[in-house]
Design a protein around this ligand. Structure first.
Ligand SMILES: [Zn+2]
Length: 173
């Protein structure tokens, strides 16, 4: 009986401590505080003129940039890795940029509801089950393809930003 009382006391003590921690951690910020913090961030990082600059932005440390520039100046596998990414960026800039009309959806939706196997893409709006041959269209199936396009767009934009940061050129290869 004594050990149960001790256990209950310990549980009560832990719960009390957790409540105190949760209320401190999950205290919602007011709209005005969020606005003030965003304005301070923009001011601190000098983002107020960002729309007037004509080059991409990417976050990096000086050490990272030194390593990447040395790799670009070299003539080994490291240079080859960067050249592959920068060539991809150049190609993307010469192609037509396509933005999907809606946001993406997770790949988990891209399967037949009856057969539970992956769909095959016929075109942007038709997706076929290879087993029962049922055709799916619209949300969320189309949006899985949108997600892939959004991901590709982001990836080549990042490649372009790295290419500019490392080489100083807007077209590299
Ligand atoms: Zn099926």
């Amino acid at each position: 009986m004594r050990s149960i009382s001790l256990l209950l006391l310990l549980v009560f003590f832990c719960c009390a401590c957790n409540r105190k921690t949760e209320s401190k951690e999950f205290k919602a910020k007011s709209d005005s505080l969020i606005k003030t913090e965003i304005e301070a961030f923009i001011q601190n990082y000098q983002w107020q003129d960002i729309d007037r600059r004509d080059h991409p932005f990417i976050a990096s440390t000086n050490e990272e940039m030194d390593r990447l520039r040395a790799a670009w100046e070299g003539n080994d596998a490291k240079h080859g890795i960067l050249a592959t990414r920068f060539t991809r960026a150049d190609k993307a800039m010469s192609d037509t940029l396509y933005f999907p009309p809606e946001g993406g959806q997770h790949n988990q939706w891209y399967q037949c509801a009856d057969c539970q196997i992956a769909l095959e893409t016929i075109d942007a709006h038709h997706h076929k089950c290879p087993e029962c041959e049922k055709i799916y269209s619209g949300f969320p199936y189309d949006n899985v393809l949108y997600s892939r396009r959004h991901s590709r767009n982001f990836s080549v934009a990042e490649d372009a930003a790295w290419a500019w940061a490392v080489t100083g050129e807007l077209e590299v290869c």
